[in-house]
Design a protein around this ligand. Structure first.
Ligand SMILES: Cc1ncc(COP(=O)(O)O)c(C=O)c1O
Length: 393
């Protein structure tokens, strides 16, 4: 059958990660390819208690339609958390609850991007953002990532020459590279964007997973009117409940709300009520600390094993949090080949090329450390190191 699909969907890249995850779902495979939070850290008992309470006490309401912006006590909780964690003052009216933070990217695309508009994005950049924005047919301008964040010279040039509608970035433990922007870089981005027409979409999916204790202010602190923060409950409570949020000036929230009404009326209200109940009746700091400690252990184990076993020409980042480490192989190595060789030994890694909107990155790979257990990490890194030692181009 030949269907007349829109040009827009035909031009949107298929999520390569979803394709790879299909291959790696075999339980015998040690997968460093995906990006799943550790299932052992999902508090099923706590969620069950919260669900029981809201359903028993207010069942007819929690199963009813609700408003587009989201449950007010949940928006208040998020505003209070920004104050306590980042010392930024946000009004609950500047927060809108979404179906996962992924939906923020779709809504921001609807609100800001017309066909052929310029969009600046980190290089490598988050595949989910590339995919979400691609549906609005922008022209992407990649900004090279360094160990302290995006290249300022390139950013200045793109801002002044291309006047992008959006600059999208992940300052905390970036997906895919694991890089965290330095404080200087955050201030500099604020300076570069001030007085421009570009909003900075600051995806903070991993801010709460910083396991170093060195918490840096979001770029929004230096860019109150042009800063849009997105956040998620996926990595700290549950990805399956699909709840995230966007925090932006009210004028922007108003437009997002219109786009969201057209999309889905409102986010899953039952999930909102359960998560709000959970947050108000549990010590969330304690729960997050536990996740940070577990991920720190796994990340340190992995990078230490890499230092011990990998040949010195294989480079890796040293994340301060999040879920990913980035490998850079020598220029003439192919990470697609690494993927194939590792899959032969039942270990999965994610080739880095799809994270580059302009091609390249063929010698890079993303390694997830949150999902495998200690034994899996030891075995998997051993397999990769053997592959590197025997590598022939
Ligand atoms: C950087 C980043 N942003 C957004 C998301 C989407 O997450 P969710 O929709 O579950 O909040 C992810 C998921 O892995 C991510 O890595």
């Amino acid at each position: 059958m030949k269907y007349s699909f829109s040009r827009r969907i035909q031009k949107t890249p298929k999520s390569f990660i979803r394709e790879i995850l299909k291959v790696t779902q075999n339980p015998e495979v040690i997968s460093f390819a995906g990006g799943l939070p550790n299932p052992g850290l999902i508090d099923t008992e706590g969620i069950l208690r919260a669900a029981e309470t809201v359903l028993k006490n207010d069942g007819r309401n929690v199963l009813q339609y609700s408003n587009t912006e989201g449950y007010a006590p949940l928006r208040q909780f998020i505003a209070d958390r920004y104050k306590n964690r980042y010392n930024i003052s946000v009004n609950p009216e500047e927060i809108l609850i979404t179906n996962g933070s992924q939906q923020c990217l779709d809504l921001l695309g609807k609100v800001f991007i017309d066909k052929n508009d310029a969009v600046a994005i980190e290089r490598p950049g988050y595949l989910g953002a590339i995919q979400a924005f691609s549906l609005f047919e922008p022209e992407f301008f990649p900004i090279e990532m360094h160990n302290d964040g995006p290249d300022s010279g390139e950013l200045k040039k793109v801002i002044s020459e291309e006047n992008p509608k959006i600059f999208y970035g992940i300052p905390n433990s970036q997906n895919p590279s694991g890089i965290t922007y330095s404080i200087e870089k955050r201030k500099e981005i604020g300076e570069i964007l001030t007085d421009s027409d570009t909003v900075f979409v600051e995806d903070d999916a991993y801010g709460e997973l910083n396991f170093t204790g060195d918490i840096l202010p979001p770029v929004k602190k230096y860019l109150p009117d042009l800063g849009i923060l997105t956040g998620s409950f996926s990595k700290i409570i549950s990805p399956g409940m699909r709840l995230g949020w966007v925090c932006a000036p009210e004028e922007i929230i108003d437009r997002i709300s219109t786009a969201k009404q057209a999309s889905d009326l409102h986010s899953n209200y039952l999930s909102q009520r359960i998560i709000a109940e959970y947050l108000l009746t549990n010590n969330i700091d304690e729960k997050i600390l536990k996740i940070q400690e577990e991920y720190k252990l796994r990340c340190n184990l992995m990078t230490n094993l890499m230092d011990e076993m990998f040949p010195p020409e294989i480079l890796h980042t040293n994340p301060k949090g999040g879920m990913f480490i980035w490998l850079t192989l020598p220029k003439n190595y192919s990470s697609q080949k690494l993927f194939e060789k590792a899959m032969d030994k039942n270990v999965a890694v994610l080739p880095g090329n799809p994270f580059y909107v302009d091609g390249g990155g063929d010698n890079t790979a993303r390694i997830n450390f949150s999902n495998a257990d200690e034994e899996g990490i030891r075995t998997g890194i051993e397999v990769l190191s053997k592959i590197f030692k025997e590598w022939k181009n």
